[in-house]
Structures are given as C-alpha cells and as structure tokens.
Design a protein around this ligand. Structure first.
Ligand SMILES: C[S@@+](CC[C@H](N)C(=O)[O-])C[C@H]1O[C@@H](n2cnc3c(N)ncnc32)[C@H](O)[C@@H]1O
Length: 283
C-alpha cells in the first residue's frame, strides 16, 4: 500500500530521484566526531566555573562555584559546560518531573533543580508551572568515595547528608527528593508513584556506567517515561571517559532492547569530551 497522495513527506520518499546514490559515513574516530584533548598531558585536572556566572547573591550559583572549586568534584561531577547544557534542556523542555540517577555531590542535581526553580519564577511562563512545581527525584547509592588517579581526595562521611546540605545551601531543597539505593531497584520501587504524579518527562542517567547497569536503569525507568520524554546519558565516549561502555551501548543498541522506540544523538562535550547521549522516546 503506497502513501496517501496528501502525505507531505511523499517527495522525501525512499525512491526520491534527488537522493545522492553514494553516501558515506565519516569514521567515528575522525577529529570531526571526537574533538577535545587526547593526550593525558593536555587533560584538565579541575573544572573552571565561568566568571560570568559568579553571582554570590544567588544561592545556587554561589554553591556551584564552591563545589566546582573543591578538587573532589573533578572529574565525576559534570563540567560547568555540561551543566549549562542540562540547565538549558530543563528550561526549554519544562518537565514536571525529572529523575536523576547519580547525585554524587549534588552538582548536576543543583543545575536541574535551579532550572526547575527558574521556570517557576519566570513571569514569561504561564501560571501552570507554579501550580505544578517541577520536581526532581535524585537517586544514588551514596557509597563512600575513594581517591583515584584523577580524583584528589576521598569522602568517608555520610554522603547523603552532604548532598542534602549542598541542596539546602543552594536554596533548592523544596525541589529535590533524594532516594538512596541501587538505582534500578529504586526505579522499580518508585515507578508507580512517578506514574501517579504524571510520569517523567526528562531523566539523567549518570550512575552505573556499565552496559548492563545502564540498560537496567533504562528498563526500570521506561514504564514511567512519557512518549516524547527525554533521557540524557553522560559519558558516551569510552576512549575519553575512562573506558566506561554503558553510554555507547545505549546509543548503539537502545532500540534493540528497550520497550519503547527512541531517536538519539551524541553531543560532544568541552573542555573534556566525555560525550553525552540525548535520547527521545518516540513510541
Ligand atoms: C558520575 S557520579 C554522578 C555525577 C553527578 N551526576 C554530577 O554530574 O554531579 C556517579 C554517582 O552514581 C553513584 N552510583 C553508581 N552506580 C550506582 C547505582 N547502580 N545506583 C545508585 N547509585 C549509583 C555513585 O556512587 C556516584 O555517586
């Protein structure tokens, strides 16, 4: 059965005579696809909070500045550049409920919650944002943090209490609910309550970085993820992010194992190109 005559996409159909017959891929390893430092010597060793964002009168910006100045935030907290991207996604998508896997110190948590807060405060937006304030559920195992080759320092204190304190200092605790546990177990447990409050429109998966764990996170999140909803996955370039393969696995195989149907794109990050996957549930 052919497409109806009125279909506006007819002219882009698979038999279009205008379509070039010789299309070629540019290799993924080419510099166009993988910009950013390759040599260890060129790799930054701390994050730099942009000067133009220094506003000590705004609690969440003051807190982010302090967190980025703490050596423990490098490299696991996402860079300010990636944080700004996340902030912008939230402001534009205007989700009612966001789920985050991987709070760590609360840096990405603050970027997301601040964007939800800004939506609520912005008079340019209709009143519904205030009537249904955006909420963030942030999940972490809050396990002790060890020193590594790239991380200077460790954390033995109760990390959940530290994150709670950071979010309070940022003035955002009314936006964030912390859940402690293994992410896929927590997701499975809270799935129904996420559905009962209108489902999830945006999720950040930045906890377990293995293929199996990340896959499990997506599978448990999916029943609550709206059609049209977005999933952001940090660290999709294994050769740049310490060999973690989960993000890449999702980019290449999500439609093989997920219940839903997704379109996706990989976004290069700066100053270090750990890569970010942006998925949208299409069906
Ligand atoms: C890369 S850090 C998250 C960074 C954070 N998103 C940010 O940008 O500020 C990963 C965090 O996820 C936690 N984590 C790893 N695997 C997990 C799992 N399966 N369930 C819950 N938390 C997990 C780790 O303990 C760590 O705190």
């Amino acid at each position: 059965m052919g497409l109806p005559e009125s279909n506006p996409f007819d002219r882009f159909g698979p038999t279009s005579p205008d379509r070039p017959l010789t299309k070629t891929w540019v290799a993924r390893h080419s510099p166009e696809f993988l910009p950013g430092p390759v040599d260890k010597a060129d790799h930054p060793t701390q994050w730099h909070f942009p000067k133009w964002l220094v506003r000590d009168d705004i609690p969440w910006l003051a807190k982010l500045k302090a967190l980025y100045a703490d050596p423990i935030s490098f490299p696991a907290s996402m860079s300010p550049e990636a944080g700004l991207l996340l902030f912008s996604l939230v402001r534009n998508i205007r989700p009612r409920t966001v789920v985050e896997v991987g709070s760590f110190l609360g840096v990405s948590t603050i970027w997301i919650a601040a964007a939800l807060e800004e939506i609520g405060d912005d008079p340019a937006h209709s009143g519904d944002a205030k009537a249904r304030p955006g909420a963030l559920v942030s999940i972490d195992d809050f396990a002790p943090v060890k020193e590594t080759e790239w991380r200077r320092g460790s954390i033995r204190r109760d990390r959940k209490a530290i994150v709670q304190e950071n979010i309070e200092d940022a003035g955002l605790s009314h936006r964030v609910h912390l859940e402690q546990g293994t992410s896929w177990e927590v997701l499975s447990r809270i799935c129904q309550s996420l559905l009962d409050t209108g489902g999830v429109q945006l999720a950040l998966l930045d906890g377990d970085h293995g293929a199996k764990g990340l896959r499990q996170d997506l599978i448990e999140l999916e029943p609550a993820l709206e059609i049209g909803g977005y999933v952001v996955v940090h660290d999709t370039i294994p050769e740049r992010c310490g060999g973690h393969v989960g993000g890449r696995h999702l980019l290449e195989h999500i439609n093989d194992f997920a219940a839903g149907l997704y379109e996706s794109v990989e976004v290069c990050l700066s100053p270090v190109n750990y890569g970010l996957g942006l998925f949208r549930r299409m069906g």
